[in-house]
Design a protein around this ligand. Structure first.
Ligand code: ZN
Length: 321
């Protein structure tokens, strides 16, 4: 299978900004462009292929036609496409939320659980996010505080800046604050339990649904320590690229690759590779394929595709499963 260049699905939300349209040039008829689902086979936002014989078809259709080998041996036993990669543009703050783990989600929601990680691409001065609770809290106190609208008092609000890496295992309470733009890699799932929404109303004048009971079932209420530095050291590669391991887990691993020259890599038989271009301009080539690349482009490199080269001055989020 060839490398596929993807067109994102744009989803709106009450807290969303317009940067994906104004700055990245994506098209949508929605009121805002809160989320760009850059690599997605999830029914709530399917990516479309922009090149080759699958042009105009969804990534999901292309993969189903080609067969599961294009996902790699690491994914052979998985029922669904394993990950979902998004840009998130939070003009306003998001609700306080938590996602279930696989066992609970499969039993209760017939979906996968959701562990996710964020790479902060832009943050206004004093931008904050919620990362778990400050001190241990009992389930009783937590649910009482939700009912009494005082849950904010026990949450761990942390400042963030560009380059921070935030790993959020399932069960971790979290929220993106206002003025943050980030890239998210997550398990392919759309199950969110909303704990608290600051009393906001949606575009129809209604409060958004809360899922207090389920949130209390799955939330980890132990004090959490925030360390948002990348997990790995920066590695200098021949050709003028620097690679930093950001974070990873059993579901995915994320690298930041800063290229000033060229970056040679390969997609082996174990996993496909996702290349999300975070900045700059250059070219991607593999075999007879050649693409011009720029900020906001996203590519699916199928497992077994072999060598590929990125050239130019580029900042890239490379994700494998
Ligand atoms: Zn989340």
């Amino acid at each position: 299978m060839e490398i596929l260049k993807l067109m994102p699905a744009i989803n709106e939300a009450i807290w969303g900004g317009k940067r994906l349209v104004d700055e990245y040039g994506f098209k949508t008829d929605k009121k805002n462009s809160a989320e760009g689902w850059m690599l997605s086979c999830h029914k709530d936002g399917l990516c479309t292929v922009q090149n080759g014989k699958y042009k105009g078809k969804t990534l999901k259709d292309a993969i189903e036609t080609e067969g599961k080998e294009v996902l790699g041996t690491n994914n052979a036993q998985k029922k669904d496409f394993p990950i979902l990669i998004k840009f998130i543009d939070a003009r306003d703050k998001l609700s306080i939320q938590v996602h279930p783990g696989d066992e609970y989600a499969r039993r209760v929601e017939n979906e996968n659980g959701k562990t996710e990680a964020w790479l902060i691409l832009d943050a206004e001065k004093d931008a904050k996010l919620v990362y778990g609770v400050k001190n241990d809290v009992s389930k009783e106190e937590f649910s009482q505080r939700i009912r009494e609208n005082t849950v904010e008092e026990v949450l761990n609000f942390v400042n963030v800046k560009r380059g921070d890496v935030v790993f959020i295992p399932s069960g971790m309470l979290h929220a993106i604050g206002a003025g943050i733009f980030l890239a998210e890699v997550q398990q392919s799932s759309n199950t969110t339990y909303r704990v608290y929404d600051y009393g906001r109303l949606d575009s129809n004048g209604n409060p958004r649904e809360l899922h207090v009971e389920k949130a209390c079932d799955v939330a980890c209420l132990k004090a959490s320590k925030a360390d948002f530095s990348p997990e790995g050291k920066t590695e200098k590669l021949p050709g003028g690229a620097k690679k930093t391991y950001l974070t990873g887990c059993e579901y995915f691993s994320m690298n930041d690759v800063e290229i000033n020259g060229e970056y040679k890599a390969a997609a082996g038989n174990d996993s496909f590779v996702s290349l999300l271009i975070l900045g700059g301009e250059g070219a991607l080539s593999s075999g007879k394929q050649r693409f011009k690349v720029k900020k906001g482009d996203c590519f699916f490199v199928p497992a077994g595709a072999g060598d590929f080269i990125l050239k130019g001055k580029l900042s890239v989020l490379e994700t494998k499963t």
